[in-house]
Design a protein around this ligand. Structure first.
Ligand SMILES: *[C@@H]1O[C@H](CO)[C@@H](O)[C@H](O)[C@H]1NC(C)=O
Ligand SMILES: *[C@@H]1O[C@H](CO)[C@@H](O)[C@H](O)[C@H]1NC(C)=O
Ligand SMILES: *[C@@H]1O[C@H](CO)[C@@H](O)[C@H](O)[C@H]1NC(C)=O
Ligand SMILES: *[C@@H]1O[C@H](CO)[C@@H](O)[C@H](O)[C@H]1NC(C)=O
Ligand SMILES: CC(=O)N[C@H]1CO[C@H](CO)[C@@H](O)[C@@H]1O
Length: 217
């Protein structure tokens, strides 16, 4: 108990709250996810399945879509993918960006998914600035995609898998989550709105802890 007396309780509370925030940083809303300074996005969405997040900026002047897609692969040697499907909300037809390890290095490759047997290939869009990261169980895909002019919405499909076989991402699980990971991205949404609610807020617990701290002195 000597520890408690020598350390003010409110301080302990603040530290505990901070630790809690750090511990849960992966499951928090996308608004709390930050990238290095040169990666800033106007919008972010907490995607409804597979603990995935999309950060994006659409520039209508040149119809370029800059994205960061984050998801936990379902195995440490697995893969994540984010696609645009001009044909519908389904796997076949996906113009996919897939991140996985190639020679131990996490890489992004493009796949024109025209059947259940996939291989790296060109896709319907010009893709630049691709980069992948993998840390703390989360993979990230960064890319800029040149879209046809004047689109207002795109079909997005995302997925995660647990294995890569002979350099090709292998079949994903067929759980409900895996089969519902698709939706519409509204490119006309103006900056700083998200389907996931709160943006850039100070966590309420932290505010409470600070008030507590003030009252205690
Ligand atoms: C589109 O324009 C923005 C600036 O408005 C620029 O940062 C980006 O590189 C351009 N994208 C392409 C694909 O030309
Ligand atoms: C993707 O595959 C489909 C079906 O084979 C083909 O029609 C289409 O031209 C391909 N797209 C690209 C960009 O190669
Ligand atoms: C896109 O919209 C602009 C303005 O409405 C128009 O001038 C342009 O021709 C359109 N481009 C295409 C490819 O449809
Ligand atoms: C997947 O997302 C839909 C909303 O698009 C939601 O209704 C459903 O509960 C989610 N399923 C799982 C297994 O998380
Ligand atoms: C994972 C998570 O914290 N999701 C929350 C994001 O924000 C919405 C709306 O505020 C909550 O309903 C979610 O629980």
């Amino acid at each position: 108990m000597a520890f408690l007396y020598s350390f003010p309780l409110p301080m302990i509370l603040v530290v505990a709250v901070l630790l809690l925030q750090i511990h849960h940083s992966h499951s928090l809303n996308c608004t709390s996810q930050k990238f290095t300074s040169n990666r800033v996005y106007d919008n972010c969405d907490d995607l409804p399945n597979l603990s995935s997040y999309l950060h994006w900026t659409y520039d209508s002047s040149n119809s370029s879509l800059k994205i960061a897609f984050l998801a936990p692969p379902s195995g440490s040697d697995g893969w994540i993918s984010w696609s645009i499907n001009p044909e519908g909300k389904q796997m076949i037809g996906c113009q996919a960006l897939i991140a996985y390890k190639v020679d131990e290095k996490i890489t992004v490759k493009t796949f024109n998914v025209s059947s259940y047997k996939i291989a790296p290939s060109k896709i319907a869009y010009q893709v630049s600035d691709t980069e992948a990261e993998y840390s703390d169980g989360i993979m990230k895909i960064f890319a800029t995609i040149a879209l046809p002019a004047n689109l207002t919405t795109i079909n997005q499909v995302w997925q995660v898998g647990s294995t890569v076989v002979d350099g090709i991402p292998a079949k994903h699980a067929m759980l409900p989550e895996n089969l519902k990971s698709m939706g519409t991205l509204d490119l006309t949404v103006k900056e700083k709105s998200t389907s996931g609610g709160k943006r850039n807020g100070i966590p309420i617990f932290l505010i409470f802890a600070c008030f507590w701290f003030l009252f205690a002195y």
